[in-house]
Ligand binder design. Structure first.
Ligand SMILES: [Zn+2]
Length: 382
């Protein structure tokens, strides 16, 4: 964080604002480190005390059918994780974000969000767990092939209906009104041979001043979503450039590639799980005393965590490559300069780190840094 700011990025902040930005990043990091530390300690205590096994035994003694037991087991686990995380998100929202002027969330919205997020997550977990469990009961260890098909269907359905079913639970979306901005977007999209009818504005300002834009769905369901805060803070040219970047993603089939990759990972995980699903070691590791599908799948997902961390850099390298390509798409359509100024505004708007360590970028960043992106865009423009 304390590295000197490269020449290319100078002038984004004055000295006082930059000091504030540095404080903000430190405050954020303290909260997330503390949260992770608490999570590790709590997990170790739960494992050492065999709490999962005891809880599973209790579920078994109360409910005869496997499916109800499974649903109750995961309800309890998820509720516990939610309750554990609430103090941190409360502090982060009403202390850190508030102090630095980002927060717009009211206490009522915050608590309602907690309940709604919990329910959406639980419904998804319940559908996935029940599906896998029933296929396992029905087909034995070859369940993984059908379970992959089942999860593929879920991934596709979520992609198609996320913006029309899940987003309205949290935000209001309205079609972008006819006017200068809509006209500019439609003209640019036509130049890029991109058909788009659904352009929506979302009331992101309900929770935060931070701005964003994204693309969702595919085929006739595809839609561009602009945060109202983005429209407030960026000029028309800059918004068009940000959208050109998103259109670039679409043209390069990045959403589809991401989905195929996710499905391949799911298939691999399920196949490995099918090899060990009946092993008594899995439930025993969580303190279980009898075979248990719930404990087995939970233990297996815990064992996956280090593998996922090891795969993280690979996923991020691929993601950053796609980001460079989407930036290049916008630059080739004459929007490089507008994209650079838009990205600069967004960076200042979120007070993001201007000088992250290269190793952290390599490991953790799904997007190249602002500096890297500007360098690459400038190269294309020359
Ligand atoms: Zn992108």
């Amino acid at each position: 964080m304390t590295h000197p700011i490269p020449q290319l990025l100078q002038g984004l902040y004055d000295e006082q604002q930059y000091a504030k930005q540095q404080h903000y990043m430190r405050a954020n990091r303290r909260v997330s480190s503390l949260k992770r530390g608490v999570e590790v300690v709590v997990t170790l205590v739960l494992l050492a005390a065999g709490v999962y096994g005891r809880y599973d035994n209790w579920c078994k003694s109360c409910f005869d059918t496997g499916i109800v037991e499974l649903l109750v087991f995961f309800f309890g686990c998820q509720l516990f994780i939610e309750i554990l995380s609430i103090p941190f998100s409360y502090y982060s929202t009403f202390n850190v974000e508030q102090r630095y002027g980002f927060n717009k969330t009211t206490a009522a919205t915050f608590w309602l969000d907690c309940v709604k997020e919990f329910l959406v997550e639980y419904v998804m977990t319940a559908i996935v767990m029940c599906g896998i469990f029933l296929l396992f009961q029905w087909l034995g260890s070859s369940f993984w092939i059908w379970a992959t098909c089942f999860l593929t269907a879920i991934i596709v359905i979520v992609n198609l209906f996320y913006s029309s079913v899940v987003v309205p639970l949290f935000n209001k979306q309205t079609p972008l009104e006819a006017g200068i901005l809509r006209q500019a977007i439609e003209q640019a999209a036509a130049r890029m041979q991109f058909k788009i009818k659904n352009i929506y504005v979302i009331n992101g300002s309900k929770r935060s001043t931070k701005a964003n834009a994204y693309f969702t769905g595919f085929g006739p369901k595809k839609r561009i979503v602009l945060y109202d805060t983005l429209i407030e803070q960026l000029s028309t040219d800059e918004i068009v450039a940000v959208l050109a970047h998103e259109i670039g993603h679409y043209k390069h089939h990045d959403t589809l590639i991401g989905m195929v990759r996710a499905i391949a990972m799911v298939a691999a995980y399920l196949w490995v799980f099918s090899l060990v699903v009946s092993s008594p070691e899995l439930p025993a590791a969580l303190g279980g005393t009898a075979p248990s599908f719930a404990l087995s799948i939970l233990a297996f997902s815990m064992l996956l965590t280090p593998i996922e961390i090891a795969l993280n850099p690979v996923a991020n390298i691929l993601s950053r490559r796609a980001e460079y390509k989407a930036d290049a798409f916008a630059a080739r359509h004459g929007l490089g300069a507008a994209l650079v100024s838009g990205l600069k505004k967004l960076s200042v708007n979120t007070m993001s780190n201007l000088t992250p360590h290269p190793l952290v970028v390599w490991f953790n960043y799904s997007h190249p840094t602002l500096y890297q992106r500007i360098l690459a865009i400038n190269k294309i423009q020359k």
